[in-house]
Design a protein around this ligand. Structure first.
Ligand SMILES: CC(C)(COP(=O)(O)OP(=O)(O)OC[C@H]1O[C@@H](n2cnc3c(N)ncnc32)[C@H](O)[C@@H]1OP(=O)(O)O)[C@@H](O)C(=O)NCCC(=O)NCCS
Length: 204
């Protein structure tokens, strides 16, 4: 299976086992940046085997339960975007998670990647809903969904085990009819029309 989505210098493609070394260097090189937002094992056993993680994610992709992607910027691997919990039929939804290297943060790489993947999930996979769950403390990630116009749907208490404990998450979603003309198109139009976004996470 091959999948590559692109906008300008941003490429979002399926992860490969041979990305392991570069991914490991990024993850280990930016521990303090990633740790507050990283999923952890509630049993306390947190082993880090990147090849095993990639193989596990690719098995989910084979069964169309997930799409494990990496983000490239100017030809360099800079982050991960994972589509998880893909459900079909009467639910037809999926969850998106992401992180990016601090060296390229603040360049709209994540919102553009999320928009590319959301359009793919709606228009090619045929899903109806895309969801993103974010810790209320994660101001940068809240900005990503705000900029893209994901709707705030409520707060899930003690929802995901992150950085060693069960953490509350704000839940955001979009359904396909809300972005009929495409999320990336809407984003690009909004960027031209109103480069500053007045809505902030603290408004929730
Ligand atoms: C959240 C994250 C993916 C955002 O990615 P990004 O590509 O930088 O997204 P954006 O360019 O839209 O920036 C989002 C906000 O980050 C903040 N930001 C910008 N540059 C930054 C920098 N160098 N360092 C920290 N935060 C920065 C700004 O508030 C920005 O909002 P603005 O565009 O209104 O100024 C990234 O910060 C990250 O990987 N953080 C650590 C892991 C994480 O939080 N993952 C998400 C879990 S839900």
């Amino acid at each position: 299976m091959s999948l590559k989505l692109q906008h300008g210098e941003i490429v979002v493609r399926l992860v490969r086992v041979r990305d392991a070394k570069a991914l490991e260097a990024l993850i280990l090189g930016h521990r303090s940046w990633l740790r507050p937002w990283e999923a952890t094992n509630p049993s306390g056993a947190n082993s880090f085997d990147i090849k095993r993680m990639i193989r596990g994610l690719l098995r989910q992709a084979d069964q169309m339960q997930g799409l494990p992607m990496v983000i490239e910027f100017k030809g360099e691997l800079v982050g991960q975007l994972n589509v998880a919990n893909i459900l079909y039929g009467s639910v037809s939804s999926a969850n998106i998670g992401y992180w990016i290297s601090p060296e390229v943060a603040g360049k709209n790489i994540t919102p553009i990647s999320v928009a590319l993947v959301t359009d793919y999930l709606f228009n090619i996979v045929g899903l109806h809903r895309v969801q993103i769950d974010i810790r209320p403390e994660n101001a940068a990630s809240l900005r990503v969904v705000e900029k893209l116009g994901f709707r705030f749907e409520g707060t899930k208490l003690a929802y995901i085990h992150i950085n060693g404990d069960w953490r509350d998450h704000h839940s955001f979603a979009l359904t396909a009819p809300e972005v009929e003309g495409g999320l990336l198109n809407r984003w690009l139009h909004d960027l031209i029309a109103k480069p500053k976004y007045p809505f902030r996470g603290s408004d929730i």
